[in-house]
Write a protein that binds this ligand. Structure first.
Ligand SMILES: *Cc1c(COP(=O)(O)O)cnc(C)c1O
Length: 426
């Protein structure tokens, strides 16, 4: 029987047998015991599935990954130590030196750095496209060596909403998968596979954990991308792997298992960005209330956005739940139940007024974080982007008076009263 999302949040990924622990157990063990060397040898040959060393796989992690996999409607999933590791693996699993990737220009700053600076040094080139470009412009960004397309459902911090279907269509027309970072929407508000995405990544550090407790990431495969149909583009999945006696992932593990198996037994083996089982357990706890928390984050987001829009000291509010948002119509399609709790706005008077406003906040705390139970707030011009002058800020779409405000789970009245007194004094 197919379960609804709330039931999966609470029970997904783990069904205890008679007399077993009700809660997902923390398997706090680096290694696993076998009776014979032959048993162990089968694991190393990928002839049998099982655990041998937590740098590659751990049962607690896999139960929590299975819960996220079910929430996204995927075929296989893995946890990583951070969202950054998930983003890196998701691309590096199918692109190597000499390859090319098309990415939306409005993505998380950490992803942008990873792609534009660090992966460039590894010989993988990225073309960043305006997510509002025409289909022709998007198609023109592809090259013969393009291996993937990357975008974010709701971009952090720009809060733009991606036309996932447009990006999926272009990716598939060029025989490559679409990878979507679904961190801000979570599967409660959007399931990118339903709109043609092939792989989904998460920073579970955000809403999934939801309590500011554990850094983590996740990669989910839809199982919908036919690697064999584009075998020449993806030799890593369709040609023998010498480090496993010539196994061909797409043959041995099928369309639904090849991508995550390869990322586990090659990338996790070699880079080791595993999430600790303790953190996976905390993530599992967070997931148990994801479907209850997201509507509250969204209701607070909308109430705060509406208040800010009506305030004379506020120039502009970015929140796709507002009817005035250029993304409102698209959000109705992709995010009909709400988007997220993150709102950004421009204060009139620029940098000095924004700095005074930040000092006056009492309920919201100044943090480099978002998507947490506790409301937090950031002034990029004096924090993450402080090395830039006002002109440089404008060039990257951030004004000196822009504030990012992430609504937690407090009472909306208290958030609004706090914003009001801080704006009055600013
Ligand atoms: C935070 C974030 C990341 C990076 O995740 P970490 O867990 O901090 O490594 C990636 N994508 C988005 C959208 C994020 O918000």
């Amino acid at each position: 029987m197919e379960k609804k999302l709330g039931t999966i949040c609470v029970q997904g990924g783990y069904t205890p047998k008679n007399g077993e622990p009700r809660q997902i157990p923390i398997i706090q063990s680096t290694t696993f015991k076998y009776d014979t060397s032959e048993d162990m040898g089968k694991l190393f040959d990928l002839e049998a599935s099982g655990y041998f060393y937590t740098r590659l796989q751990n049962p607690t992690n896999d139960m929590v990954a299975a819960r996220i996999c079910a929430l996204e409607g995927g075929s296989a999933a893995m946890l990583t130590s951070s969202g950054q590791a998930a983003t890196f693996y998701s691309v590096f699993n199918i692109a190597e030196c000499g390859d090319h990737v098309v990415a939306s220009a409005t993505i998380y700053g950490g992803s942008y750095n990873l792609f534009a600076v660090t992966m460039k040094k590894m010989g993988i080139e990225f073309t960043f496209v305006d997510p509002e470009c025409s289909e022709e412009e998007l198609n023109a960004a592809f090259r013969p060596n393009t291996k993937a397309v990357f975008g974010e459902t709701i971009a952090n911090p720009a809060l733009t909403v991606l036309d996932i279907e447009k990006f999926a269509k272009a990716a598939h027309a060029h025989g490559v998968p679409l990878i979507i970072d679904n961190t801000f929407a979570t599967p409660i508000n959007c399931r990118p596979f339903e709109w043609g995405a092939d792989i989904v990544t998460h920073s579970t550090t955000k809403y999934m954990d939801g309590h500011g407790s554990g850094v983590g990431g996740c990669i989910v495969d839809s199982g919908n991308f036919d690697w064999m149909a584009h075998a020449d583009k993806f030799p890593g999945l369709t040609q023998p792997d010498d480090s496993y006696h010539g196994i061909v992932y797409a043959e041995k593990f099928g369309q639904g298992g090849a991508y995550i198996t390869k990322a586990t037994v090659q990338l996790m083996r070699d880079f080791g960005s595993i999430q600790s089982p303790q953190n996976a357990f905390i993530l599992g706890l967070g997931l148990e209330s994801l479907h209850v928390r997201m509507p509250k984050h969204c209701a607070n987001g909308l109430a705060v956005a509406q208040f800010l829009e009506s305030h004379p000291k506020v120039e502009k509010v970015n929140y796709c739940g507002l009817e005035s948002s250029p993304y409102h119509e698209r959000a109705q399609k992709y995010l009909p139940n709400g988007s997220c709790g993150v709102v950004s706005f421009e204060i009139k008077g620029g940098r000095p007024v924004a700095e005074r406003f930040m000092k006056e906040l009492k309920v919201a705390a100044i943090e480099t974080h978002v998507a947490d139970a506790r409301t937090c707030c950031l002034h990029p011009a004096s924090a993450t982007h402080r090395q830039m002058n006002d002109q440089e800020l404008i060039a990257c779409g951030i004004s000196a008076g822009l504030v990012r405000y992430s609504c937690g789970l407090e009472d909306a009245d208290d958030l609004i009263a706090d914003l009001k007194q801080a704006l009055d004094k600013a």
